[in-house]
Design a protein around this ligand. Sequence first.
Ligand code: ZN
Length: 438
Amino acid sequence: MTLFRATVLDTPDDPFTGGALRASADEGLLVRDGMIVARGSFASLAAEHPSEDVVSLEGGLLLPGFVDTHVHFPQVRVIGGLGRPLLEWLERCALPEEARLADTTYATGVAADFVSGLVRAGTTSALVFGSHFATAVDTLFTEASRVGLRVTSGLVVSDRILRTELLSTPERCFEDAVALASRWHGIGRNRYAVMPRFSLSCTDPMLASCAEVMNAVPGAFFTSHLNENLREIETVSGLFGARNYLDTYDAHGLVGRRSVLAHNVHPRDTELKVLAEREATVSHCPTSNSALGSGLFPLERHVAYDVRVALGSDVGAGTGFSLLKEGLQAYFMQQLLGTSGYALTPAHLLHLATAAGARALELDEVGDLSVGKRFDAQWVKPASGSTFDVALRNAFGPEDALAKTFALGTPSDVTAVWIDGEPVVADGSMIERVAAFQ
Ligand SMILES: [Zn+2]
């Protein structure tokens, strides 16, 4: 067993429904076989367990590992393509790079860049938008398994409008998806998710084949895009003539409690009502929405309708993997909305980046650092003398320290990361592994 000693912040009680930040200075967490088996003041735990190894995390904060609910694996190398709206950005920046993943050697390199980017940013679980190529999806699951990341991902499918290399047929997509799921779903920390790119690029027969995969793979997740950009919404409406964008998925039974829809910047009230009824989650991707000029996310309306919301980094329309930055940008956007914005506190931001994502992905075993949870955690410890360090040392209390962490923290401040009790990042660098986790 290992006894961790740290200042621990987490949000086991949802701040959106009255919960508060849990903050414990000089806390002890006793971890056995990856699980937190005891928690309390370090002094009392050390007295009860005098012979255990102690890992002393002095300074900084120990936080739960982040849960990123929307992040595109093939886009890590095209982050930063600023200056274009969604559909033009897809055509010029994202899709040419996505086409390169047909080459498995190239995809293997991208998978390594992607997985290390996530864990070095403190992310320990992710719902990952995969590739249009099954061979590339294999490289992602293989790399995630090697590093230990908890990943839910799958084959991205489309059968119209996109460049031809990225198109397939409903029959072929069904076969590829079921074959991928048989290799990875429920194996180690991997799970399968069905993912039409968006209904703009998918016909009804393709969406029907997605529903068939959901039926063929018990416990599979569903993810796609929704109401991101006004021109996109108009195009979808022209293609389907459906009552609204959500209906294009819901008509095929694809919206349920294991569904995560990214963006939803421009929802209708009827859509919010259905999302709440189905207990689906919306993945809010604030830096992406800002970079593409998609709009200001109406969080207040989502909360009013009781729609579940978590955070996503999107990448590459986003600006990197850090959910600290996404949290800060989420805060900015609500501030800019003025009286129709939601007054986010640091506890809300931490919850959106951790427990809310764990709930969306039905990862009950992670999301906070309570007894009984798996030890997925990150030690955020700024370099001595940095502005973040100065701010943290002068914080008025835990809530203020967390605000400073969202305002100033970056992946370079993520000094150590553990998944299931195993260190995956130490001294800010990936720990090299040969064998895959099971
Ligand atoms: Zn996306």
